[in-house]
Design a binder for this molecule. Structure first.
Ligand SMILES: *[C@@H]1O[C@H](CO)[C@@H](O)[C@H](O)[C@H]1NC(C)=O
Ligand SMILES: *[C@@H]1O[C@H](CO)[C@@H](O)[C@H](O)[C@H]1NC(C)=O
Ligand SMILES: *[C@@H]1O[C@H](CO)[C@@H](O)[C@H](O)[C@H]1NC(C)=O
Length: 542
């Protein structure tokens, strides 16, 4: 018997209710994605969040004509290219403004300076030794210092130092380091034999080394498959860490990534300092990829407590193998692994099988239950893609261009000009009751070292005072799957929250003890409640 109209209607209603119920049971547990802009005109290969919530991005000057023109009919001096290769993205208005870089910024590096300027160094060809400065404002543009570097720096890594300068380490056939600004015009360029020792001349498997400032002022430097603790002032290796147990390379072009795990400050000290290195491509993968054989990426991470007297790597297995993945610290002290592919290596046309799902790693959980796969994007972000945390907790994802020019046509992984946002699950609407909002300090508050800081925040729902912490994030420079100068501090004192009035709470924390733990500069301050971070507030350590 055929169903009547009312029966059909009933069935439809039932179906709809079941669907609703189902949708409510399984909302975006693993975060969500949205396209912010289908084209920003360039392919975001390098990116830095600035303290005014703009993100400066650039690709390279020899890609050909981009999809965004320079303003007022301008062309790059001595060229016929009137397109921009750098843009500034404004988070609030979701718009981009074209900028003019003069020399080739391809595969360069950089770091935000204490005064909020991006100082970016090196690149290719006419850009090898250039220092470029970007100070953000509505009409600002890049300034260039020709011959600002002593040596050519292409694929180098930069890090901010406690004295407010930045160090620039390595680069292709540059087994040395130098500083910006220099103490004097004749300041030399000390050699770094570790970069010779870790260099396989056939592969050059130690580019874009992973560099972190250790809280005693020395630098942790990882290249290829091993690391040292380095005193750059005296050009001395303080400690040599064991080689990763599997011996597999993790640096460009076997591009894995690395983070300094969140630094927990207790009574003015950081007791445990740990580094996590994830993904990469096995030995031989570069040679194979150049022959058209795409080896599976590494699915392992190595974690090492570098503050131990006898540090050892502990290996863990990721749910998804990945090369060219970005590792980002999130404000709630979790680690996001995002972008990349599961076969091949970094380089033109050398990656295959995009990994569309990010993974969250929770450092404090038990081994075996730390990884959680998140909801996928639909857009491959392969070689030359970027990921940057925004103040509001979203992750800006852009770029991807495995070709040596802009290729929008019928090719594998066309040049990607779009900008997406990945919203981690802490931004799910069912968390809004728990989400703190910072009332004090107000933005751009100046903060000294080792001081008491009163933080006032609101939460609309019920607060668990024992689940409140306060974190500070240094905004990193991101390129080639590594975030230079990335650092998250978990401040001392953020356990008890006192009720001041209706849904107002106060927590008193101690600011970081020194410039070794937190170099001067701009940080994002977050209140985290039950692992849900507030929107950040910009503060200035000084
Ligand atoms: C929000 O919903 C997701 C999916 O059901 C769940 O995993 C998560 O724990 C929820 N968050 C809160 C704060 O209830
Ligand atoms: C270039 O930009 C225009 C808008 O300005 C857009 O319609 C077009 O899709 C873009 N091209 C690509 C390849 O994204
Ligand atoms: C353009 O060429 C002129 C003449 O060769 C030179 O003086 C000038 O520095 C060049 N400008 C740039 C930005 O390269």
């Amino acid at each position: 018997m055929a169903p009547s109209t009312s029966q059909l209607y009933h069935h439809l209603l039932l179906f709809f209710l079941v669907f609703l119920f189902h949708a409510q049971q399984c909302p975006a547990a693993g975060g969500s994605w949205s396209v912010l802009l289908p084209s920003i005109g360039i392919s975001a290969m390098h990116a830095q969040l600035l303290p005014n919530d703009r993100v400066v991005m650039y690709d390279r000057t020899d890609f050909g004509v981009s999809n965004i023109s320079l303003p007022n009919g301008a062309c790059r001096p001595n060229t016929t290219d009137c397109s921009a290769h750098s843009v500034e993205y404004d988070v609030a208005s979701n718009t981009v403004r074209p900028l003019m870089v003069l020399s080739n910024v391809w595969c360069s590096s950089g770091t935000l300076m204490p005064d909020g300027r991006l100082v970016q160094t090196g690149g290719f060809d006419d850009g090898y030794r250039v220092v470029r400065i970007y100070k953000s404002c509505d009409s600002c543009d890049w300034q260039e210092i020709r011959n600002g570097l002593n040596q050519q720096r292409w694929y180098a890594t930069n890090h901010i130092l406690p004295d407010g300068r930045q160090i620039i380490i390595g680069g292709r056939r540059a087994f040395s380091y130098e500083f910006y600004p220099k103490m004097s015009a004749t300041e030399n360029t000390p050699s770094l034999p570790f970069l010779v020792q870790t260099n396989d001349p056939n592969v050059e498997n130690n580019l874009y080394p992973f560099v972190f400032l250790y809280p005693d002022g020395n630098l942790f430097i990882f290249a290829n498959n091993r690391a040292i603790l380095f005193d750059y002032s005296n050009n001395q290796v303080i400690k040599t860490y064991p080689t990763m147990p599997d011996g597999q390379p993790r640096s460009y072009p076997s591009t894995g990534s690395a983070v300094l795990l969140p630094l927990r400050i207790t009574k003015g000290t950081v007791n445990a300092v740990e580094v996590l290195v994830c993904g990469g491509a096995p030995k031989g993968a570069f040679v194979n990829a150049n022959k058209g054989i795409f080896d599976g990426a590494l699915d392992t991470c190595g974690r090492i407590k570098i503050s131990d007297p006898n540090p050892q790597w502990v290996m863990e297995t990721m749910p998804l193998a990945r090369v060219m993945g970005d590792m980002l610290l999130l404000p709630n002290a979790h680690v996001l692994i995002i972008n990349g592919v599961s076969a091949g290596v970094a380089g033109w046309e050398l990656g295959r099988n995009p990994v569309l799902s990010p993974v969250v790693y929770q450092p404090d959980k038990q081994v075996g239950s730390r990884f959680e796969v998140q909801n996928p994007s639909t857009i491959p972000r392969v070689y030359h893609s970027t990921a940057v945390l925004l103040r509001d907790g979203r992750v800006l994802v852009g770029g991807s261009n495995p070709h040596d020019k802009y290729e929008f046509g019928n090719v594998l992984y066309p040049t990607e000009l779009s900008l997406e946002a990945y919203s981690p699950s802490y931004l799910d609407s069912n968390s809004s009751d728990l989400r703190p909002k910072i009332i004090l300090p107000v933005k751009n508050t100046k903060i000294g070292y080792g001081k008491q800081l009163v933080i006032v925040f609101t939460v609309s729902g019920i607060v668990d005072p024992s689940s409140v912490s306060v974190t500070m994030m240094a905004p990193p420079f991101n390129t080639h799957s590594f975030s230079m100068n990335q650092r998250l501090l978990v401040l001392d004192g953020g356990v008890a929250a006192k009720i001041l009035g209706k849904s107002r709470y106060q927590v008193v924390v101690t600011t970081p003890p020194s410039g070794n733990v937190a170099p001067a500069g701009n940080y994002l301050l977050y209140v985290v409640h039950k692992e849900i971070p507030s929107p950040g507030i910009w503060v200035q350590m000084q």
